[in-house]
Ligand binder design. Sequence first.
Ligand SMILES: [Zn+2]
Ligand SMILES: [Zn+2]
Length: 119
Amino acid sequence: MTNNQHNELNIRFGQSAAAGGNVLSYRDQDLTKCKIHKNEDIKAFCKNDLCSICFKCLLVEHRNHDVVMLDEIEVEDLKDKAGQFHDKVENQINQLASMREKVSSIKENYDKKFEELFV
Ligand SMILES: [Zn+2]
Ligand SMILES: [Zn+2]
């Protein structure tokens, strides 16, 4: 590898590290807070402006807009998700139970063989 190639590699690595930094700082933004009223939680979504807004925004700037309350979305969403989650948990419990049965039957067999051989 020549010196030139090495330098090129270093530059590329430097750039990708910077890009990673940008992604991180974007993720650090608190998306649950209003962009205008930093201390207010997001309470609704404005369909006119396609943005999430807090209660203060809702009462002032977006008063006559078509607004969806986040709680309503969440309740419906959660019901759905909770149902799915419940199914999954039940599935896993069943799987675990059948696995435990298998393991214990294997162990029983093993114990019997062990006894046959050595007792
Ligand atoms: Zn606001
Ligand atoms: Zn609006």
